[in-house]
Design a protein around this ligand. Sequence first.
Ligand code: SF4
Length: 338
Amino acid sequence: MEVSRVTSQPNETIAAGAWLRVDTLAEFLRCARAGVLASERTWDDEPETPQSNLDFLPAYDLAAIERELNAGMNRLWRYSALALCAPMWTALLYVAGVHFLLVLLAAWFTALPAWLVFRQLCAVVTLALRRRQATRAGKCEPDETSTAFQPVNWWGLLKAGFDSVKYDELRDEALRLEGRPWRVLRRGSLRIPVVKARRLDAEGMLPIECIAKVAAFGRLLTVCDGGTVAYGVVLVGNAYDGVTVPFTAKSEQWIIDCLEQTREKLDLFGDPSVMPAPPPAAACAFCPLGSPPVPLSVGGQQTRHTSSPADGPLPRSRCGARFGWTPPHRRARALSDA
Ligand code: SF4
């Protein structure tokens, strides 16, 4: 189910400023440099949510998984039949005394159906495992009044009667805040924003950007959709497990304060001569904006490549190119040690 743009009416006086996206705000809270990069990004063409391996095949919709599984099984049988016939044709050509080059060519073509069977088999097994996880999950009913983080499971929430809905865009005219949650779980008047985290932070805690997104989307859903938001859900990594993050009046006020401060600082950093200070080195180690581009492989040889002649000896990350430095990302360290 999809819900198109929902806009609130301005019903309160909050200092007006430039429109800010939830993702920009969340990135700024994670790292000021990441926030500046996010504010300069073209959001129309790029996904706002980290893509995971689960995204290549249907992963969060049981009906879609079952549809794709049935289609995948049909393809698997067809490719298997082809893979069985191809060697027989090759053998027949050999016995019939056809030129050995043609036999070699036919033998090479037998590899193609085998490769297709392997690919399809992997997809079918993946989908079957996902369906198993979905059907075996128990009902998950977090306490709406709790202010603690509660473990949840995606399939368990759907079993509890929530509908998963994709919203197109939410816009709060009063705060001039806009964004699109990854999914919203809806049941009655209850609205649960769902966001995804790549990983937990170095201390095993939820990253601050995810907590900020829950608060911001909670606010947007409350004012734009008129729903009740008791908590949000953060799904971590390529998994269906996650935790609830309570949405309270306190967290709503916190995100409004953060929004105002972020807007002021982004105005300041709009001047290229004013540069935000880098965060502690540990924050850059796994940051996707600090990772140098993956080396190209030419003729089996890995090459370093740079985006411009001024880039220097190491390939430049997005953060490195924007702020003229080499972030201490673990890949950059590995490349400089090599
Ligand atoms: S690489 Fe470091 S400084 Fe750059 S955006 Fe990421 S965390 Fe911030």
